[in-house]
Design a protein around this ligand. Structure first.
Ligand code: NCD
Length: 306
């Protein structure tokens, strides 16, 4: 298995064996994340974020620091030369002289792939428009495996904005590598993208629903997402679906005792605060898992772990 020098653009570029190897590496990173290490001393990560982010950028930077490396970058494209009209290909060809690896978030689909074509250093896709968010899918899957002890055999529901949500696109592709039953719950206008649906339906059993009620008692994992307001071409359309799902204690009345609830965050109003203190809520553990998974990816890509 070869990870050194590799780009991470789409989750589809990874086999289930490779994903297992990343998880094994992430598990070994758990004590390292607590203590720190010098594994990537002298290495530099550049985070180029052309779109809003809290977790993804900070967790990549934190992961790099915990491995003894350092991080540079920008979070506001407004203050970068892009504002002066520089194109992405040029930006990447400049930054490759400053950094050993680049994490990129961009509003355009295909942006990460394009950057990788021009860059000599590996590109990690930190979100490409509504298309994909592969490292989030890896940490989501790692969380499921860690919390449930397995992935095969589970019934998993993805809830919310399945059309514009990039995390659910990557996660659905990743889940289709396992023996699971997938429930897709969304408003009619926000159903799972057709290209994703077609691909995953060839591999796993998929059920699409608009109502959550009958799904809650069936599933082992509820993966809830935010309606992606910023991606709607028309805010009147957003107004119609806003607040479609609300996971509160009442909605969880018939849930399995060992149900876990995940969310890539940020949440708006789709999970009530009263759920946070129940044993179902695992979305803050998920954040910690993001650190160890990203540490594993950086160490593998930069050749510090074979
Ligand atoms: C997600 C994203 O940016 O796609 N956030 C994240 O990276 N954890 C989800 C979202 O914005 O709703």
């Amino acid at each position: 298995m070869e990870f050194e020098g590799r780009d991470i653009i789409s989750i589809k570029d990874f086999s289930s064996e490779e994903i297992s190897y990343i998880f094994k590496t992430a598990k070994n990173m758990e004590p390292v994340a607590a203590k720190g290490s010098n594994m990537l001393r002298g290495k530099i990560l550049a985070t180029l974020f052309f779109e809003a982010s809290t977790r993804t950028r900070l967790s990549f930077e934190s992961a790099m620091h915990k491995l003894g490396g350092s991080a540079i970058g920008f979070a506001e494209a407004e203050i970068a030369s892009v504002k002066k009209g520089e194109n992405l290909a040029d930006t990447v060809r400049v930054v490759e002289s400053y950094a050993d690896v680049i994490a990129l978030r961009h509003p355009l689909e295909g942006a990460a792939r394009l950057a990788a074509e021009f860059s000599k250093v590996p590109i990690i896709n930190g979100g490409s428009g509504a298309e994909e968010h592969p490292t989030q899918a890896l940490l989501d899957l790692y969380t499921i495996k860690k919390e449930k002890g397995k992935i095969d055999g589970l019934k998993i529901a993805l809830v919310g904005d399945l059309r514009y949500g990039r995390t659910v696109h990557s996660l659905a592709y990743a889940l289709s590598l396992y023996d699971i039953e997938l429930y897709l719950v969304s408003p009619e206008t926000l159903k799972m993208r057709r290209e994703v649906l077609q691909t995953i339906k060839e591999k796993i059993e998929v059920t699409e629903r608009t109502s959550l009620e009958k799904i809650v008692p069936l599933v082992d994992v509820l993966y809830v997402t935010r309606i992606q307001k910023e991606r709607f071409p028309d805010l009147a359309e957003y107004a119609k679906v806003k607040g479609s799902y609300k996971i509160d204690l009442e909605a969880l009345k018939e849930a399995k005792e060992d149900l876990i609830i995940l969310h890539p965050l940020p949440r708006v109003d789709e999970i009530a605060a009263e759920v946070d203190n129940t044993p179902y809520a695992r979305y803050f553990q998920q954040v910690w898992n993001g650190i160890v998974v990203r540490m594993a990816l950086l160490a593998l890509i930069l050749g510090a772990v074979k």
